[in-house]
Every structure is written in C-alpha cells, then in structure tokens.
Write a protein that binds this ligand. Structure first.
Ligand SMILES: [Zn+2]
Length: 200
C-alpha cells in the first residue's frame, strides 16, 4: 500500500509565519495550524488502519535539508513509487483561496495533485480555487525543497490565506480545521486507490 508521509511545515521558532492580529486579538500561527491539520489527518488515517509517517513530530522548525533527508530515507526503505509526501501549509501574500504545488515537469505527483484539487473543489465550494492550467493540470509547478528534492511523489497544499481575514477566520475555526483534514483524508484514500490500480 502507498506509504503516506505527512509533513507539517515550519516550527514554533519560525519567524514571520503568522497572520496579522485581528480586531478581536486573535492570531493564527502557521506552525500550529499545520500541525493541527496534520495530526487530525493522521488520526483519520489511524481510524482506517492506514500506515503513515509524520515527518516532523517535533514542534520546533526542523531544517528543510533534514526534512528532505528524513523523507528520502522513508522513500528508500519503501521504494519511492510506493510513497506519497503531503506537506500542509497556510498561504500568505495577499490572496484568497486554496492551491496545490508539485515539482516542475510532469510526474506521478501531478496525478495525485489533481485528486487533491478535485477534493478541495468539492470540499470548499464557497472559496476560490487557485490554479495554473497552462501545463494541462491544476497544480502550480514550484521548486520548494520539500517537493522538488524529495525522491518520492510529493504535493504541497496551501490551505487558504492567513493574511486574508475571511480565509484566516475559516482556518482558525474548528469547522475549518475539520473540513481541511477531511478533504486531505479523502484525497489520500483516492491516491492509495490510484496507486493500487497502477501497480496491478
Ligand atoms: Zn508555510
């Protein structure tokens, strides 16, 4: 079965990865949000008996080189085609909505990303889906280390903008975290199924 590697970006010592302080004094810290979603995805996987690795169980920021090394170790042990890394983030920079990234070029990651995109479109009908269709699929091609230097297929989800108040209030809410976790869980189940059919 496809070995799932869950990565929660950043750590409690990462500077600058946070929302503005809103009028009621609330603020989102990205490391905390990423871990909340990741841990919920992990418990959903547990409930189905699906094995996974949580790449960064620590709360501190593990350097990217070390995270890549950890992921590549898992990929080497299981076989890179038998793994899928999912890196969970919140976006910033003045936009709104949901998007997914893969490494440049056409790989198996694009097929997995397309499943995630479909599930996100279904899960968040009231939000904007942000995509780049110029290369024939909905993901954005990026050179983030965690998706481009890892040996196995990898996707990175940007789950709404923490510097947009509507987006941020959604992902700070219990409902938002639950819906984002469920969406990742459903997408992962479909990726496992896809890989199972490819292997036949
Ligand atoms: Zn991030």
């Amino acid at each position: 079965m496809l070995q799932i590697i869950i990565d929660n970006g950043h750590g409690n010592d990462t500077k600058g990865k946070q929302s503005p302080v809103w009028s009621d004094g609330s603020q989102l810290l990205e490391w905390e949000f990423n871990r909340k979603v990741a841990r919920r995805v992990c418990s959903l996987l547990d409930s189905k008996g699906i094995t996974y690795d949580l790449l960064v169980p620590e709360n501190t920021d593990i350097p990217l080189s070390q995270r890549v090394q950890r992921a590549n170790h898992i990929a080497n042990v299981n076989g890179k085609k038998n793994c899928l890394l999912v890196s969970i983030h919140a976006n910033a920079g003045g936009g709104t909505g949901w998007e997914i990234h893969t490494s440049k070029g056409t790989t198996q990651s694009d097929k997995y990303a397309e499943i995630f995109f479909e599930e996100a479109s279904l899960a968040f009908p009231e939000f904007r889906m942000r995509y780049d269709i110029s290369d024939g699929d909905h993901d954005w091609d990026s050179d983030f280390s965690i998706i481009s230097r890892t040996l196995c297929p990898a996707v990175l989800t940007e789950n709404f903008f923490m510097d947009n108040e509507r987006d941020c209030r959604f992902i700070m809410s219990e409902e938002g975290v639950e819906r984002i976790a469920q969406m990742h869980f459903k997408a992962i189940l479909r990726c496992i199924e896809l890989q199972r059919t490819i292997k036949k």
